[in-house]
Design a protein around this ligand. Sequence first.
Ligand code: ATP
Length: 365
Amino acid sequence: MGSYRIALLPGDGIGPEVMDATVAVMRHIASGTSGLDMELTSHEAGATLYRQQGVALPDDVLADCLDADAVLLAAIGLPDVRKPDGTEVQPDMMVGLRRALDLHSAVRPVKLYPGVDGPLKNTESGIDFVIVRENLEGLFSSYGGGAVVGDTVATDTLVVTREGTQKVVDFAFKLAERRNGRPVDGQRKVTCVDKANVFRSFAFFRKVFEDVAVEYPEVASESCYVDAMSLYMVQNPSDFDVLVMENQFGDILSDLGAGIVGGLGLAPSAEVGDQHALFQPSHGSAPQIAGKNVANPLATILSAAMMFDWLGDRHQDQAALDASRRIEQSVTALLTERKCCTADQGGDAGTSDVGDALITLADNL
Ligand code: ATP
């Protein structure tokens, strides 16, 4: 029997609303899944808390995230809440959480659900690939560092290590083993996305990728330059299964990925390490639409589905895997029927309506 303690961080802006809808769905699914038990602990963290108390991520909240079986976060940051140096609290808090939980791989599914009106014309073969982003190194190694010399020169250093690259590439191949391959023909494949023709660091990333690929003979492997990949993601997205790349490239291409399958309101994500994992929608706190019950909660709800999938895989727990599958099936049915869409998907449903509709759909699966 799987019993999990989940730390919830609703955060700022639309975060609390999309979290409420998600928690309602999670509770309903868990109560209807035999052998699945969960305890939810919700914490204040983020820009609103920083404005009130001068701290975005209190030590006891971080300790609870480290202690929990998984962390589910909705949205952090408000543009008008700044630290004394003028920067927002969001990057500081997120990089801090990633480093503390040692979350080496970020996962962004790029999946076009039936009924979703994406911007691409030829999608008959389907779009269903995953971007795996190295999450602790690359250009983000420089976060909190970098150098500004006078008023003339600024530098940030991109770092690629064998250990960090091995971890993320290994994660990508293991993920490909669990998937059904690329939509066009079912081939399982991992594509290394880099700039190995120009930079030594990326040539090294590719070399480590090729070393790891040898250990997975059942999964095809190839490499592609990042500029070409940004073209192929638009022209032939059904050719891809799992893409693995450096941190900053992943940051950019994952928003492109969200754009081709219906936008940020439908884009979930996971950040995974060897011991911990954090799940959150790809969008931010969208303060312009906060408090109006119009935000799309599906990215957070799909992130919760990824969380149950990770827990199920990690603990060999069929109940958690079933919960993940039921959430995703309900979302697929909702989008296919186009019955209860928020404004970003062309409808007029409220955030809470989507949660309620999913609960009804889950009962009728
Ligand atoms: P951040 O830098 O914090 O990631 P961002 O600049 O990427 O934030 P978001 O807060 O993600 O911006 O939102 C950008 C816009 O996308 C919002 O103003 C809103 O119009 C739309 N958006 C984002 N998330 C949602 C959502 N869940 N539902 C509906 N619209 C959304």
